[in-house]
Design a binder for this molecule. Structure first.
Ligand SMILES: NC(=O)c1ccc[n+]([C@@H]2O[C@H](COP(=O)([O-])OP(=O)(O)OC[C@H]3O[C@@H](n4cnc5c(N)ncnc54)[C@H](O)[C@@H]3O)[C@@H](O)[C@H]2O)c1
Ligand SMILES: [Fe+2]
Length: 409
């Protein structure tokens, strides 16, 4: 097999990166899982001696009636709170800085996030900014949250990002049309509650997109060169549950079992990618999101089959293993199907799910004239952070992106 000099260099660098990642002081949050988990989390906050919490959420969730029951529980426990509910998807840096001011003025001792990945990430960054005197955009990159974060508790309302367990938080630099990641083990929350009850009203389109985000985490972690035995167990477990339960959660949102399975799968996938990393699907999706305001999960869902197909020359054996674990068989006979056939069957399955969820095969807003810049930015994002199974040259990456243009005629 022929490798370019760049690929050889990056493979060597990634070996060192894997060694460093394995030594990260990762402390997973305390978990409260299943029916009653939210009350248990709130009682846990109280038992830690906190008397006032800063609730971070968004308008949609307040209007959908998702936040009020949690506030009622806080009242019942005589925990006082202030609510900061102006978070927008892919939170702009300005909202973090404004949130910091509101946090300081509130006199709260801890932060409680009630929301999807955007809210959780915003809460992580407000908690980080409270102790780190640098503008949030200066915290972007690896290990810059040196002074730690204020105590942070999380109630996810989507099953997708896994942000309740990850070392990452995303913030938008709107002027530069960029989404930046702050990555530091100190961003991991203290405790979190995974309770399907709070996800029952999540609309089908968001259920599908966020669920496909979780699937992308599981698959990219599994094919990553930085995967470990531990991340493999979590990634496989997550992928199997997502293939089984996401269609049900999409079609029948009030199915509590499907919602709970998705919440736990999303957490497992988050733990897997915290150590193994993600890949080009995310690198491209982040750039599409920043440029065209495409929701993160939707972008991943569209991009994933394109990137996996282009990665087949190196990723087929791992994709085949994942397909086998999830009982995804080739349309011919499963017995004796080779790795390439099984890997392709997995990609077909992802395409079928996208179709079932009315997710397109292309990116409506993508402009041919933007492809070179997106390719450059996606390759730069991945270069020193994602241990992808196959490195794409600029030409290969552009070809992958061309495949995502809206078909003409
Ligand atoms: N920190 C990480 O590790 C990590 C990982 C992946 C993605 N992300 C980031 O997370 C963000 C995306 O998060 P997301 O996909 O969870 O979506 P989101 O948080 O942006 O929410 C999407 C929409 O769904 C609504 N919503 C959420 N829960 C609901 C509920 N239960 N009922 C009704 N409406 C509900 C929200 O109000 C919002 O309008 C992106 O910025 C992405 O880059 C972070
Ligand atoms: Fe993601």
């Amino acid at each position: 097999m022929l490798f370019t000099l760049e690929t050889l260099f990056l493979r060597g660098y990634m070996r060192i990166f894997k060694f460093v990642t394995a030594k990260l002081p990762i402390v997973w949050p305390q978990e409260f899982i299943g029916a009653g988990a939210i009350q248990e989390l709130l009682r846990h906050i109280q038992s830690q001696g906190f008397t006032r919490v800063f609730v971070v959420t968004d308008h949609n969730l307040v209007n959908a009636g998702v936040v009020a029951p949690v506030l009622a529980e806080l009242d019942a426990l005589k925990l006082s709170y202030s609510v900061y509910d102006t978070i927008q998807p892919d939170t702009p840096a300005e909202q973090i800085e404004a949130g910091l001011l509101a946090f300081v003025n509130s006199g709260a001792e801890a932060v409680l996030a009630i929301g999807g990945g955007s809210v959780i990430d915003a809460a992580k960054l407000i908690a980080a900014r409270a102790l780190n005197p640098k503008p949030v955009l200066k915290l972007a990159g690896l290990f810059k949250v040196r002074k730690g974060i204020q105590p942070l508790f999380v109630i996810p309302t989507t099953a997708g990002t896994g942000s309740e367990v990850t070392i990452a938080a995303v913030v938008s630099d709107t002027a530069a049309q960029r989404k930046l990641a702050v990555i530091d083990p100190r961003l991991i929350p203290s405790a979190m509650a995974l309770d399907a009850q709070i996800m029952l009203g999540l609309p089908p389109a968001i259920t599908a997109a966020t669920g496909m985000d979780a699937l992308t985490h599981a698959i990219e972690a599994f094919v990553s060169k930085n995967a470990t035995a531990e991340t493999d167990v979590r990634a496989l477990n997550a992928a199997k549950r997502i293939f089984k339960y996401l269609p049900e959660a999409f079609h029948n949102g009030s199915n509590e079992q499907a919602r709970q399975q998705m919440a736990e799968a999303s957490k497992l996938a988050g733990q897997a990618f915290t150590i193994a990393g993600v890949g080009y699907v995310h690198a491209i999706a982040h750039n599409l999101g920043a440029r065209y305001h495409l929701p993160h999960g939707l972008a991943n869902a569209i991009v994933m089959p394109h990137v996996l197909s282009a990665s087949l020359p190196q990723a087929a054996p791992r994709l085949a293993k994942l397909a086998q674990h999830c009982s995804i068989h080739t349309s011919a006979k499963a017995e004796g199907a080779n790795d390439m056939e099984q890997a392709k069957a997995l990609i077909e399955k992802i395409k079928e799910m996208n179709k079932e969820f009315a997710i397109p095969t292309y990116v409506e807003a993508l402009q041919p004239g933007d492809i070179a810049a997106i390719s450059k930015a996606a390759r730069a994002e991945a270069r020193f952070t994602y241990a992808v199974p196959r490195y794409f040259t600029h030409a290969q990456m552009q070809m992958v992106l061309h495949g995502m243009l809206k078909p003409t005629g």
